[in-house]
Design a protein around this ligand. Structure first.
Ligand code: ATP
Ligand code: MG
Length: 273
């Protein structure tokens, strides 16, 4: 009998209980300014529940990518609190190796630009990297890598150099290198940007499948097509770096003023030329 095709639902099933009944993320009054000059978050509060798929929407420069970096523990707020799985996450706390390993294994981030994410000599090494960093055995790592390569349909790229791949192929490799660690939470920064329509649809389907498998997903997007498929809830940023609305995709899509404010649609009557 043919081996069962790996899917989001059965990939590495049984790696551990999902032990967080409360919020996955709790953020209160987060403020973040780059270089003391460029405000990015000006008092942002949100909760993300287990299994939610949340879309961050809003104009360029409003703070979506900054919030994702904060949720991934890559940067830390100037003020406000960030709690993940019931534990406060701070720079000091993440210096603790045990906490850091646990946090990093539970939260995965797919960057907008895959070039900043892929750096190993081959795709297989790239996808294996995170597992080896987490201290998984070579056998376990090999099994996971082969499963995830098959799941993302990139087995034929396994021996290629990631930096020589096309943008869409690199995106699949970047996603594989995150999924291989089987995180509870996936953060995607503009996942469908710069992908051809078929690959966009493939990625939307994958995100929905991951959500159905119980993953918590937070993604930043400007893409209204498929918003109601990809997300269960939207957080709409305003230009002042605060969250203006938390609403269902249906309500957001029906609110023309909100869509205009968030630069998600464009009012041609206001264009001068
Ligand atoms: N590395 C940085 N150094 C200085 N300022 C930055 C840096 N990264 C972002 N900013 C500024 O922080 C603000 C928020 O940027 P951020 O990238 O979070 O926005 P965004 O909502 O993701 O925008 P986009 O839709 O264009 O991706 C912007 O004003 C931006 O210029
Ligand atoms: Mg961004």
């Amino acid at each position: 009998m043919a081996a069962e095709q790996p899917t989001a639902a059965n990939l590495h099933a049984g790696t551990g209980p999902r032990d967080h009944d409360g919020a996955v993320f709790s953020c209160r009054d987060l403020r973040y300014t780059y270089l003391d000059r460029f405000p990015a978050l000006a008092g942002v509060s949100l909760d993300v529940r287990p299994g939610e798929r949340v879309a961050l929407l809003g104009p360029n420069g409003c703070g979506k990518s900054t919030l994702l970096k904060l949720l991934d523990g890559l940067i830390f707020p100037d003020s406000g609190t960030f709690t993940a799985f019931g534990h406060p996450v701070t720079e000091d706390v993440l210096e603790d190796e045990q906490f850091s390993t646990a946090f990093r294994s539970r939260v995965g981030f797919v960057f907008q630009n895959s070039d900043t994410q892929v750096f190993s000599p081959t795709v297989r090494d790239e996808v294996a990297f995170g597992c080896l960093q987490l201290g998984l055995s070579e056998d376990e790592t090999r099994t996971r890598v082969e499963d995830v390569l098959r799941m993302l349909d990139i087995t034929d790229l396994a021996d290629r150099a990631p930096f020589q791949l096309s943008g869409g192929q690199k995106k699949r490799v970047a996603i594989a290198s995150v999924l291989v660690m089987n995180p509870d939470v996936l953060l995607f920064d503009e996942p469908t940007a710069a992908l051809d329509p078929r690959t966009q649809q493939w990625l939307i389907d994958l995100i929905v499948e991951l959500g159905a498998a119980g993953k918590t997903i937070v993604l930043a997007t400007h893409d209204l097509d498929g918003l109601d498929t990809i997300a269960g809830r939207c957080l709409v940023f305003a230009e002042d770096h605060t969250i203006a609305r938390s609403a269902s995709p249906t309500d957001v899509l029906a609110d023309r003023d909100l869509l205009l404010q968030a630069n998600l649609i464009h009012d041609r009557s206001r264009t001068t030329r």
